[in-house]
Design a protein around this ligand. Structure first.
Ligand SMILES: [Zn+2]
Length: 158
C-alpha cells in the first residue's frame, strides 16, 4: 500500500519534485552520499535506519534516477556503491536550503557551514557562492556539519 497519493502527474513542479524528493529518508540518504558515504552498511549505520527501509528507499532512488547502483569487486556476495546521478547532484541546493531554513526557523537548530572551495568563503546562499558567485556544486562545496564540528568535508559524487 502506498503511503500517499502519487503526485508524479501533478501540474505543479513543486509537487512533482516532492513525488521523488519528498521522503525524509531520501534527503538524508542524499546527504550521506554527498558526504562520501556510498555503501549500504555505512549509510545504514550513519542514519540508524532499518535494513528493509534503507533497501526500499535506495531501490526507489535508483528507479527515480537520483542514484546509480554500481557493483564493487572483492565482496563474497554482490555489494554496491551508490553514486549521484546528475539529478541527484542537482538536489544539492535543496539540502542547503533545508539546512538554512532549519537554522533560521526551528528553535535551537545548529548551523551547518556551507563553504565554496573556489574562493574558500562561507556561502549564505543555497545555490550560489555569496562571495565569488560560483554555482555551488558537488565539485566546489564543502560542509562543516554539527555532527562533526571540527571537520570540513569536501563533497563527493562518487
Ligand atoms: Zn566562492
Amino acid at each position: 500500500m502506498a503511503l500517499r497519493t502519487d503526485w508524479s502527474d501533478r501540474a505543479c513542479p513543486i509537487a512533482r519534485s516532492l513525488d521523488v524528493l519528498g521522503d525524509p529518508w531520501s534527503l538524508l540518504i542524499l546527504r550521506e552520499v554527498f558526504l562520501g558515504n556510498h555503501r549500504f552498511d555505512t549509510i545504514r549505520d550513519r542514519l540508524d535506519v532499518a535494513d528493509t527501509v534503507l533497501s526500499r528507499r535506495l531501490n526507489a532512488m535508483v528507479e527515480d534516477e537520483l542514484l546509480n547502483r554500481v557493483a564493487y569487486a572483492g565482496a563474497a556476495r554482490p555489494r554496491y556503491d551508490y553514486t549521484l546521478t546528475d539529478a541527484g547532484r542537482d538536489a544539492l541546493p535543496v539540502l542547503h536550503a533545508l539546512a538554512r531554513w532549519g537554522t533560521t526557523h526551528r528553535p535551537r537548530t545548529p548551523r551547518m557551514k556551507i563553504s565554496c572551495t573556489t574562493c574558500g568563503q562561507e556561502s549564505l546562499s543555497a545555490d550560489w557562492c555569496s562571495t565569488c558567485q560560483a554555482a555551488l556544486t558537488v565539485d566546489n562545496t564543502a560542509w562543516r556539519t554539527p555532527a562533526r564540528p571540527k571537520e570540513t568535508v569536501a563533497l563527493s559524487s562518487s
